[in-house]
Design a protein around this ligand. Structure first.
Ligand SMILES: Nc1ncnc2c1ncn2[C@@H]1O[C@H](COP(=O)(O)OP(=O)(O)OP(=O)(O)O)[C@@H](O)[C@H]1O
Ligand SMILES: Cc1cn([C@H]2C[C@H](O)[C@@H](COP(=O)(O)O)O2)c(=O)[nH]c1=O
Length: 217
């Protein structure tokens, strides 16, 4: 199978991590486990993870919105150059937990820095390296936040403490981005049971890449 770049997006608690785990298992079932590169943003590289710590730390309360936007883009640039592009070049399947659409939704729409302005800033960071396929896991904000509150095992981060209206703008940002780029972005109803969400995502992947239905690698 040739290199593929797939990103998973959505508001906090939409189920990205859970769905990605199940999709990686499915890829293993079709004998593609050794081709999978699982990664995340912010982060994905040592430099990116250091930027992640700075971005998500509750000590960064005074961070300016544009500083935040540039730091997400800087983490992304390093990620693209150091990990994503080389992996695609060697025919790996890159599965990324959040990518450029998160910046457009959170910084562009959530922080109201401007949808197009944040897209342009990120164009400089990613160049021509956009996902082949992006899943936006969509659900009412309250549901995602409730899921997190019920099951939280990791620490609360700085962005977890935003208001409901911030997250509602973020959700609209993802949906607007999907409307703008329907070839790349598929919106999935993430309110369904996890098995149904995974089935839907896998179906979309196999539609696009029929070799996934019967991979004999
Ligand atoms: N479809 C679902 N139905 C009910 N609960 C779910 C579903 N998907 C995930 N969950 C649960 O919701 C919580 C958040 O899921 P998960 O960590 O996968 O979301 P996430 O999108 O990665 O969150 P974050 O953006 O905060 O990292 C977990 O406890 C998970 O078990
Ligand atoms: C890539 C990216 C992320 N964010 C936000 C979204 C989340 O609140 C955190 C990351 O935490 P997660 O548990 O890994 O989902 O960062 C953002 O605001 N902008 C971005 O570009």
């Amino acid at each position: 199978m040739t290199g593929k770049f797939i990103s998973f997006e959505g508001p906090d608690g939409a189920g990205k991590t859970s769905v990605i785990k199940a999709i990686v298992d499915r890829l293993a079932d079709v004998k593609l486990a050794n081709q999978v590169v699982l990664t995340r943003e912010p982060g994905g590289t040592p430099i990116g993870e250091a930027i992640r710590d700075l971005l998500l730390s509750s000590k960064s309360v005074d961070m300016d919105g544009w500083t935040e936007a540039y730091l997400f883009a800087a983490s992304r640039r390093q990620h693209v150059v150091e990990k994503i592009k080389p992996a695609l070049k060697s025919n790996q399947i890159v599965i990324c937990d959040r990518f450029v659409d998160s910046s457009v939704a959170y910084q562009g729409q959530g922080r109201q820095l401007g949808f197009d302005q944040i897209w342009e800033l990120n164009q400089a960071a990613v160049g021509d390296c956009l996902p082949d396929l992006t899943f936006v896991l969509d659900l009412p904000i309250e549901e995602g936040l409730q899921r997190i509150a019920q099951h939280r095992t990791d620490q609360i981060n700085r962005l977890d403490e935003e208001t409901l209206t911030f997250y509602q703008r973020v959700r609209q940002g993802f949906l607007k981005q999907a409307q703008r780029d329907p070839q790349r972005i598929v919106v999935v109803n993430a309110s369904q049971e996890l098995t149904a969400v995974v089935k839907n995502v896998w179906h979309q992947m196999a539609e696009r890449w029929p070799e996934l239905k019967n991979e004999d690698a």
